[in-house]
Ligand binder design. Structure first.
Ligand code: SF4
Ligand code: SF4
Length: 298
């Protein structure tokens, strides 16, 4: 059976941070909304437990989820299921991590992001040190705004070489980077150039909707987070019938959690089993074939 990669984004829509570049329309969740999100999450984890194939899961919450015990418990539970080959979550790393001591370190890995206006480098490094002590693998990322450059450099210099530090290109303002700045960031994240573009994708091959799909709190399935059309529901008996190869229906794709699933870019060769948590397979070994970015974009 073909393995699946699932991106789960439940009803949760709140965060303890307030980043100016936040892509999410953050709200404050009520107690009732959080209870609903928790129930939906538990139902999803139960559903995953009943599947027979290899599955990798990335939680991509519309806010910060790790502060909620139910998400930490879900990670622990999923990490120990024999058919789960990877479970990860996008997190600002501000929450307590103690519960994760019960997780299987072979499958759990965190996608951590540092937000310079919301916490200090020192505080963030302390959170990373906790992960080191716990033996939990993680990547660290930062949005590549110019004012973040000093913090990005400090993070790279102070984190262990084994930790991959990635930089998300700031693409909101076209042609944002000045001469030399891309080279500078690529010296910190050797694969930075892959994130510089919004790749033309209309009509192109993409594994989403087939081997990769996103699931919301109600079990509704979409091919990815960037194409709103529903294709099925995991709680339907005939759910698997909705999974098949189909071309991308939108003009461009510019987010790691989307374009890594495009066969054309071949990024599976770089990230291997670390695709979901964004850790290159052989990091800290640099892959020369990937440092210049994509050949198909000038
Ligand atoms: S931590 Fe993430 S979800 Fe929270 S405000 Fe910042 S960018 Fe948004
Ligand atoms: S190329 Fe990107 S936007 Fe298009 S279907 Fe794939 S992940 Fe979605």
């Amino acid at each position: 059976m073909t393995p699946w990669r699932i991106l789960y984004r439940g009803s949760l829509s709140s965060c303890n941070y307030d980043c100016s570049y936040c892509p999410f329309a953050k709200t404050t969740n009520t107690v009732e909304q959080l209870a609903k999100d928790r129930k939906e999450l538990e139902r999803f984890v139960d559903w995953v437990s009943q599947q027979k194939r290899q599955i990798g899961i990335l939680f991509t919450p519309w806010g910060e989820a790790l502060g909620h015990p139910a998400y930490r418990q879900a990670l622990v539970r999923l990490s120990s299921m024999p058919h789960i080959n990877r479970v990860s979550i996008q997190t600002n790393l501000s929450a307590t991590l103690n519960d994760l001591s019960a997780a299987n370190r072979n499958t759990l890995a965190l996608w951590s992001t540092f937000h310079p206006t919301q916490t200090s480098v020192e505080e963030f490094l302390k959170r990373c040190a906790v992960l080191e002590l716990m033996g939990i693998r993680y990547s660290v990322g930062v949005v590549g705004l110019r004012e973040h450059f000093p913090a990005i450099e400090v993070l790279r210099n102070r984190l262990p070489a084994e930790v991959y530090v990635w930089v998300n290109a700031f693409k909101t303002i076209p042609d944002y980077y000045q001469p030399g700045e891309v080279d500078y960031l690529a010296r910190i994240d050797p694969y930075f150039r892959w994130n510089l573009y919004r790749y033309p994708s209309l009509g192109g091959d993409c594994r989403t909707g087939d081997q990769v799909f996103s699931v919301d709190g109600a079990g509704e399935v979409r091919r990815c987070h960037f194409v709103p059309a529903r294709i099925g529901n995991i709680y339907d008996d005939d759910f698997e019938d909705c999974l098949r190869p189909r071309p991308c229906p939108v003009a461009t794709c510019g987010c790691h959690i989307g374009y890594v699933h495009r066969p054309l870019l071949d990024l599976g060769r770089l990230f291997g089993g670390g695709l979901l948590e964004r850790i290159p397979d052989r990091w800290p070994q640099i892959e020369p074939a990937f440092v210049n970015g994509p050949a198909l974009v000038d």
